[in-house]
Design a protein around this ligand. Structure first.
Ligand SMILES: [Zn+2]
Length: 320
């Protein structure tokens, strides 16, 4: 089901068909009600930073993540990027193995529709010297991931169960460093986002790989102090947070903005917009860690009145 693209998914006629297709107890799920009487419109899992590779414990870890989230009654998985361990600076043969394992794991264990977002590690070969690429290969850059996932565009939006979803594409080349990258929306994407929000009236969830607003950006790694100033890398947090947040705030419809990239869990609210990082499915890249989060995912309930609940839950897999 991992290759179910947006068009074929949209072709499923409503929840009844979806329930029949994936065997979910939708009637039970739909009956859930908040104390104020709003019904649950959609329950989904935010799976970010999967970093799938045959060389670490991705296989048992992913199997456990799918089992745990699906036991929660999710109706969709929204990924947050960094789907494979790395293709940014990794040679082609290894990248092929990682995508092959991703497809097998989703085919074998994922029973719900998936909507993918792309991260920095999903971009093929931008670090040409390490990846041993020239840059003129037909699948160079974003082309490979878009083809693997049968996506037509890097950024897109869709509606589901009375909610609007916007999938952004955060990662752009660093003009001064072929092995670096910067998180921002190119003018074309920013204009698209503005137009998309202008015509939308539904409560909205946004997903980006790199956070647009994040409190863990302040405490990751060595921290942000540079002399008497604070500084956050443009590879760690969006450089255009101010402009993008202004669009979200002014829309009046954007409720929740989900990200990954940090391998940490955080949440904050600004002007009625909640920003959250859902940790990482791979925790510390499938290794035991005291610095990063344990393997986890975001469990989101979207309600018919435009409210939502978000919980971050352990997948149950650990590398002790
Ligand atoms: Zn990552």
């Amino acid at each position: 089901m991992q290759n179910l693209d947006r068009r074929s998914f949209t072709a499923l006629s409503g929840l009844a068909a979806l329930g029949a297709a994936v065997g979910l107890p939708l009637r039970t799920a739909r009956a859930a009600e908040s104390p104020l009487g709003a019904s649950r419109a959609l329950r989904f899992a935010h799976f970010t930073d999967l970093h799938i590779t045959p060389d670490r414990d991705s296989e048992p870890g992913m199997k456990k993540a799918f089992e745990t989230a699906q036991a929660d009654g999710i109706e969709m998985i929204l990924t947050g990027g960094d789907l494979i361990m790395d293709s940014f600076e990794t040679k082609r043969e290894q990248v092929d193995r990682e995508w092959a394992l991703l497809h097998r794991l989703f085919a074998e264990h994922c029973k719900v529709p998936v909507e993918h977002c792309l991260g920095n590690h999903d971009i093929l070969g931008w670090c040409r010297s390490k990846a041993e690429m020239k840059g003129d290969e037909p699948d160079f850059g974003y082309a490979r991931a878009l083809a693997e996932l049968k996506l037509a565009e890097r950024w897109r939006s869709f509606d589901r169960n009375g909610w609007h979803f916007i999938v952004l594409s955060s990662v752009e080349p660093d003009p001064n460093d072929e092995c670096g990258y910067l998180a921002r929306l190119v003018p074309e994407q920013l204009a698209w986002l503005e137009a998309d929000l202008a015509k939308n009236t539904l409560p909205t969830v946004v997903v980006s790989h790199v956070p647009i607003v994040s409190v863990t950006a302040m405490m990751r790694g060595k921290g942000i102090a540079r002399g008497q100033k604070s500084e956050i890398s443009g590879g760690l947090l969006h450089l255009d947070s101010n402009a993008v947040h202004a669009l979200f705030r002014n829309s009046g419809t954007v409720k929740l903005v989900l990200s990954g990239h940090m391998h940490l869990v955080d949440r904050c609210e600004a002007d009625g917009v909640t920003y959250a990082c859902s940790g990482a499915i791979s925790g510390g890249w499938w290794k035991a860690t005291k610095t990063y989060c344990d393997p986890c995912y975001g469990l989101v309930d979207l309600m018919s009145d435009g409210s939502f609940t978000l919980a971050v839950k352990p997948t149950g897999w650990t590398n002790a």
